[in-house]
Design a protein around this ligand. Structure first.
Ligand SMILES: Nc1ncnc2c1ncn2[C@@H]1O[C@H](COP(=O)(O)OP(=O)(O)O)[C@@H](O)[C@H]1O
Ligand SMILES: [Mg+2]
Length: 339
């Protein structure tokens, strides 16, 4: 468990991290989402002990770590793995040479290194590719090498800072699947920093939304998809790409895609889990004197929980519309008026 207590970090006039308090449980994939400049990378540098906060505390399993110095700090940092958008690999070394690097630094005997590297290559799906020069590997393969290198020293936490941002959607999916598999197999704690809601949807169990250095929303990913509270969270959701596998799309816009534009749809309606299959809306039209016109919609699979979203116009008497919206909210369906 990582606890952050009122962390602050300024660069001149910029409050890059502003009063952040969070609990990041062990043995899970925790997402931190925010736009460019929100303070994500700064927050990661603080939690991974690369920089010190101006004030506030960082605790790992209840033990304060932000004030460690000397050997204690070095030892603690060694138990933290990191991967980045641009891989940060040595182009002069082979795949195996990159993975071996932290083990060489740590003074592991050569023959143990060879065995460990071969295990790691297998873990990340690159068996037999150890001798490949880095320049001959694809983006996805490079990120696999970076993952293996980060895991070489058995860290208990892995930070992924925009690790899939330079990859195409299919490769992103395969790297997320790899990280999920490794999380389970090694009981790792993974902190996933991203500006992509797809990454949060497909990989994370919990998420914090960061805006201008502050946490504006946090909780279970399924809850946040079903009931986003902060305007910025809704904006992230409105830019979501549809699911790629066809059978998870229940409603399709004419283009064959979910239309996530707000044009012509005054309301966003969100359903959750078991409700998605229920004929709530048709019942609604019968009980209230209103008309529904669904403009776009679809179902997102969020860690196995279907979350339905529709963009619709509702026409009728205003008081009647409000009664209908209240009825929906009692059924666990949230309705937001789009601006
Ligand atoms: N080393 C630094 N010196 C000065 N300003 C910085 C530094 N690092 C980050 N910032 C500023 O802090 C804010 C947050 O940056 P960053 O943490 O990189 O955001 P993100 O990773 O979410 O894009 C930005 O306004 C950025 O310009
Ligand atoms: Mg960043």
């Amino acid at each position: 468990m990582i606890s952050l207590e009122n962390l602050k970090k300024r660069y001149g006039e910029v409050a890059a991290v502003d009063s952040v308090s969070l609990e990041i449980p062990s043995n899970t994939i925790y997402g931190i989402i925010g736009k460019s400049g929100a303070g994500k990378s700064t927050l990661v540098r603080l939690i991974s002990l690369l920089e010190r906060p101006d004030s506030g505390e960082i605790l790992f399993s209840g033990k304060r770590v932000d004030n460690l110095t000397g050997d204690e700090l070095i030892a603690r940092r060694r138990r933290i793995g990191m991967i980045f958008q641009n891989f940060n690999l040595f182009s002069s070394r082979s795949a195996a040479g990159n993975i071996a690097y932290p083990l060489e630094i740590g003074g592991m005997p050569r023959k143990d290194i060879r065995r460990r590297v071969s295990d790691l290559l297998e873990h990340v799906g690159l068996e037999g590719r150890g001798d490949s020069p880095i320049s001959t590997l694809s983006g996805g393969q490079k990120q696999r090498v970076a993952v293996a290198r980060a895991l070489a020293v058995n860290p208990d936490i892995l930070f992924c800072d925009e690790a899939t941002s330079a990859l195409d959607p299919q490769t992103t999916r395969s790297i997320l699947d790899l990280l999920k598999k490794l999380q389970r197999e090694l009981s790792l704690s993974i902190v996933m920093i991203t500006h992509q809601m797809e990454v949060v949807r497909d990989a994370c169990e919990l998420v914090a939304v960061l805006d201008e250095g502050r946490v504006v929303e946090e909780g279970r990913v399924t809850d946040i998809f079903a009931r986003p509270k902060a305007a910025i969270t809704r904006e992230f959701l409105s830019h979501l790409n549809p699911m790629e596998d066809e059978d998870s799309l229940s409603l399709q816009a004419p283009e064959g895609l979910i239309r996530w534009s707000h044009e012509g749809g005054a309301y966003t309606i969100r359903f959750r889990g078991e409700l998605t299959g229920e004929p709530v809306l048709s019942r609604l039209s019968k009980q209230f004197n209103i008309e529904f016109n669904i403009r776009a919609g679809g179902v997102q699979n969020v860690s196995g929980t279907p979350i339905g979203t529709m963009i619709a116009d509702i026409s009728g008497d205003e008081a009647e519309i409000n009664r209908a919206i209240e009825y929906l909210s009692r059924q666990g369906v949230t309705v937001e008026k789009n601006i």
